[in-house]
Design a protein around this ligand. Structure first.
Ligand SMILES: NC(=O)c1ccc[n+]([C@@H]2O[C@H](COP(=O)([O-])OP(=O)(O)OC[C@H]3O[C@@H](n4cnc5c(N)ncnc54)[C@H](OP(=O)(O)O)[C@@H]3O)[C@@H](O)[C@H]2O)c1
Length: 271
């Protein structure tokens, strides 16, 4: 895995996503703890994370900005306006802002924080927690885009797409883990209703999800080809898949993804 140079990075918001990303970077030695600063308005969160990882704690955003070259924004989208108006003046002219905030456009970030700042947007997903995020990046500055590619490789797979694709990406991979959780939830429910203890039913569902995912990831075959391989004529799998086809599961699922995409657009417009 490639390493990052001596640039210092500061995390604003020591929450679920920010800590998962930094833990991946540290675990893979992409950056050392001495190059990382964190700040959260709840100081306990920063303290606990620093205790675990030995990263520096900044006592304010002002200090975080003074000590770093890159700010990783890990706050919620609804907290951005207050953050921007209170802290804009602390940013250095050449700071790079890497934002994981859903829906917040580059234009909006630059308008709120400064047009001369470099901005990279990233859309990771919850699987960053186990180093298996699918992260989509977009940004205009090649150097900072390369930097972000190395950074996010620490918590999974990275790809670059134009910013206009981010609503689509949010619907597919941003929200994606929840669709898989739902499928495993439905399989577990069925197992329980048909007489399995809940723990056993959940293990069956989750381990099957893990196995299928690993098979698909390492395979030279497409998901469609893999599905066809395990579906023997007049067999049990075919019986199940026929019902999904009859009930138009594919069409319904695509409708669901379209709804997520519409919601992402609507949230962006409201910001
Ligand atoms: N979760 C996902 O699957 C996912 C996927 C892709 C992208 N994202 C994006 O990731 C971002 C973070 O999500 P998360 O789930 O990690 O959120 P989170 O766990 O709530 O973490 C955000 C942290 O930032 C703190 N905070 C708020 N305003 C602050 C400020 N001005 N200065 C310093 N700290 C501040 C929050 O404190 P309080 O709790 O007191 O407000 C909280 O501790 C969101 O913008 C989301 O759109 C999430």
């Amino acid at each position: 895995m490639r390493k990052l140079g001596s640039k210092k990075i500061g995390l604003v918001g020591v929450g679920n996503m920010g800590t998962s990303i930094l833990e991946g970077i540290l675990k893979n030695n992409i950056l050392t703890h001495s190059n990382i600063w964190v700040y959260d308005k709840i100081s306990e969160k920063a303290k606990n994370f620093s205790k675990k990882t030995h990263v520096h704690i900044a006592s304010s955003i002002k200090e975080l900005c003074q000590k770093t070259d890159v700010l990783l924004l890990g706050i919620k989208p609804q907290d951005f306006s207050d953050f921007a108006s209170m802290n804009k003046s602390f940013l250095k002219k050449k700071h790079c802002i890497i934002s994981i905030l859903a829906g917040l456009t580059t234009e909006r970030i630059q308008k709120a924080l400064g047009k001369e700042l470099f901005v990279v947007r990233a859309m990771p997903n919850l699987c960053a927690k186990v180093g298996e995020s699918m992260t989509i990046l977009c940004g205009k500055n090649r150097g900072w885009l390369s930097y972000a590619k190395i950074l996010f490789a620490g918590c999974g797979v990275v790809a670059v797409l134009p910013e206009k694709k981010l609503d689509l990406v949010t619907a597919v991979s941003g929200s994606g883990p929840a669709y898989f959780f739902h499928l495993m939830e439905l399989m577990t429910d069925f197992g329980v209703k048909q007489g399995l203890p809940e723990k056993v039913a959940a293990t069956l569902a989750v381990q099957t999800g893990v196995g299928a995912t690993l098979l698909a990831k390492g395979s030279e075959f497409s998901c469609q080809a893999l599905r066809e391989k395990v579906t023997s004529k007049k067999g049990t799998t075919e019986a199940a898949l026929n019902i999904l086809k009859q009930k138009k599961f594919g069409k319904i699922f695509h409708q669901a993804l379209r709804a997520a995409m519409r919601r992402s657009r609507a949230l962006r417009r409201r910001m």
